[in-house]
Design a protein around this ligand. Structure first.
Ligand code: P1T
Length: 357
């Protein structure tokens, strides 16, 4: 097993001779093992690990300068939206958001010459599928950098660098960690220039993970493949159950053949993932009651752990979008389908929807 190098500093042979490790903000062997592993999972040359997914995304933003524009999808993790609008904007970076399922809108938005295009697919929380190759072509034609947040798919189901992305970012808190016991982030790229700039900023800004957290993510990754297979097969069955339920207006799961992104997902991904969203017919009140009535699904933010979680995005993960043009339906529930016995999950949803009637 990779040892946990629980050290902040390293004995040096003599002053001013910097060989190997010197200080753990700059590098730590347990973190190096995770960074190498992240690179390998994404078929990349370089990997970097961070203290959270947001720390990784913030570090990517250091590639930008005041006056630069950044383009994101209209459906994006609330924390990413908040970073773009309430933090980066104060430093002169101008964010814009478009529905990236519509490539004509992406093309039109490129006229403003964004320096960076951030793609999240499947999106959080509506599980839209965005065409990484086509968006990357449009972005590259305008010299923009392409970043893909690959948190929802995990590298087991999707490898964006092979589809034309320049950089991949992860919240390792989710499927990579896999057990809801660690917060972390990571990124991967095959560009030496991008890597070196980001490595400089990782050390300069300092949002690095501790060695024990790196070890937890590494241990989680060992079972990524078997967990993802089970997440996906459970999610499909949960989605099929919800689709047949009279209280449910709409089920959003890319594995359902009538999902608008199903064909694209079949090409771009090796599996459809473990996230399922559903809009309830009764709206916000019914969704909140159902969310409080489950016994196996735990009402909590986050996703990607072995245990099933339930989220009410409008009041929880995406509350920071309130008042923005990006509207989250009050009746929307987002399920992170775990690896429990699928019948337990279906029975739980059945009784919760019955109580919410
Ligand atoms: O929570 P953190 O490790 O900082 O990761 C942020 C992040 C980045 N990208 C995506 C797609 C995410 O979903 C997240 C975090 N998301 C949740 C906590 C959530 O429940 O959606």
């Amino acid at each position: 097993m990779t040892p946990i190098y629980q050290t902040s500093t390293y004995a040096q042979p003599e002053p001013a001779v910097h060989k190997g490790y010197d200080y753990s903000r700059t590098a730590n062997p347990t973190r190096t093992a995770l960074e190498t592993c992240l690179a390998s999972l994404e078929d990349a040359t370089y990997g970097l690990a961070f203290a959270s997914g947001m720390a990784a995304i913030t570090t990517i933003a250091y590639l930008l300068n005041p006056g630069d524009r950044i383009l994101g999808p209209d459906d994006v993790y609330g924390g990413t939206y908040r970073l773009f609008v309430r933090v980066l904007q104060r430093y002169g970076i101008q964010p814009a958001f478009v529905d990236m399922t519509d490539l004509t809108r992406v093309e039109a938005a490129m006229a403003a010459r964004p320096r960076m295009v951030v793609i999240e697919t499947p999106t959080n929380p509506f599980l839209k599928i965005l065409d990484i190759s086509r968006i990357a072509e449009l972005a590259h034609a305008h010299d923009a950098l392409v970043v893909v947040d690959n948190t929802f798919a995990s590298p087991y189901f999707q490898q964006p660098l092979g589809l034309g992305a320049d950089l991949v970012v992860h919240s390792t808190t989710k499927y990579l960690g896999g057990h809801s016991d660690v917060v972390g982030g990571g990124l991967a790229t095959s560009s030496k220039e991008i890597y070196e700039t980001l490595k400089f900023h990782q050390n300069a800004a300092g949002a690095v993970p501790g060695p024990f957290d790196c070890w937890l993510v590494l241990r989680g990754i060992k079972t990524l493949a078997v967990r993802m297979e089970r997440h996906a097969s459970n999610a499909l069955q949960v989605a099929q159950f919800l689709r047949g339920h009279p209280a449910v207006a709409r089920v959003l799961y890319p594995g359902l053949p009538d999902h608008p992104g199903h064909h694209l997902a079949s090409r771009q991904m090796k599996g459809f993932g473990g996230m399922v969203s559903a809009v309830l017919k009764g709206g916000g009140q019914v969704a909140r009651t159902a969310a409080s009535a489950t016994r196996v699904f735990i009402l909590a933010e986050s996703l990607g752990g072995v245990e099933s979680l339930l989220d009410h995005p409008a009041s929880m993960t995406h509350a920071s979008l309130a008042g923005s043009p990006l509207q989250i339906d009050e009746g929307l529930l987002r399920l992170s389908v775990g690896i429990e016995h699928v019948q337990d999950l279906i029975d739980d949803l059945k009784q919760a929807l019955e109580k919410a009637k």
